[in-house]
Ligand binder design. Structure first.
Ligand code: MN
Length: 268
């Protein structure tokens, strides 16, 4: 296992102490390559840069900064830079949780998602907190999960989303396998007026309620556990397929194609 190549990335940028703690923690599991955005790219989601040149800047041996998104970093690393396909991709440790719906905005999770698309076992790691963090504690748990993934493997098209409470290590009770929660915001749009008298907006708001509490990532964190949520690349909602096919518009004899066939005698 010591010969495994491990790719480490994040969305907080190459200078983030969370990235450094993570890279350090992974060093014992294999040969670590770090390819990360050259600045903070939080909440860029799964964006890919298509309309400007990307540059790889070598910081030191096996450490590279990219003037792009986390998804750009993963692609450049896997498809161009690394000498072989990594055995594992780990993204983080992010400044702040990525719970529930957060995973759809998160650059941290999107980097792991991109790894999954490229066929790599991938893990996203985030830590609870606003200003002060305990990244070395999060990195310990990242390593625990990473080692398990290297040993057990992951099912196809699956990534793990890990969230670590902001607690001293002795107060963390262990790990829990969870599902995504859902949150509701109160006053999510803040309206203000600028010095020129024009209105502007902040997307802000405070999280007030969380639903889907049972077995949820949020509940695990609140109870002092590290949350580990398996996410699946295939977002198709299997249970709805049949119901949707029953809509008249989707029935071969009733939909647009049927209407056009009736009118013109040809398929669209
Ligand atoms: Mn971030």
């Amino acid at each position: 296992m010591a010969s495994a190549t491990i790719l480490v990335t994040n969305d907080d940028g190459i200078a983030s102490p969370g990235l450094h703690a993570l890279a350090e923690a992974m060093a014992g599991l294999g040969t670590v390559w770090v390819v990360a955005p050259d600045r903070e790219r939080t909440a860029v989601g799964h964006a890919l840069t298509l309309h400007k040149p990307l540059r790889l800047t070598r910081v030191r041996a096996r450490w590279y900064a990219v003037n792009g998104t986390p998804t750009d970093c993963v692609n450049l690393a896997v498809k161009h830079l690394l000498p072989r396909s990594p055995a594992l991709l780990v993204s983080g440790v992010n400044r702040g949780v990525n719970l529930g719906d957060d995973v759809t905005y998160s650059g941290t999770v999107s980097a792991a998602l991109e790894g999954t698309i490229l066929g790599l076992p991938s893990i996203a790691v985030s830590q609870e907190g606003q200003e002060r963090f305990r990244f070395p504690v999060a990195a310990v748990y990242a390593r625990v999960v990473a080692r398990a993934v290297l040993q057990e493997g992951l099912p196809g098209e699956t990534l793990l989303n890990v969230n670590v409470p902001n607690l001293p290590r002795r107060r963390i009770k262990g790990l829990r396998v969870t599902r995504l929660s859902r949150r509701r915001f109160e006053n999510p749009i803040i309206e203000k007026v600028d010095p020129h008298g024009r209105q502007y907006f902040w997307i802000a708001g405070t999280r007030v309620t969380w639903v889907r509490q049972r077995d949820s990532d949020y509940a695990a964190l609140r109870a002092g556990y590290v949350s580990v949520t398996p996410l699946h690349l295939d977002m198709t909602y299997e249970e709805v397929l049949e119901g949707l096919r029953a809509w008249s518009v989707f029935r071969p004899d009733r939909g647009v194609s049927g209407a056009q066939r009736g009118k013109r005698g040809t398929r669209p």
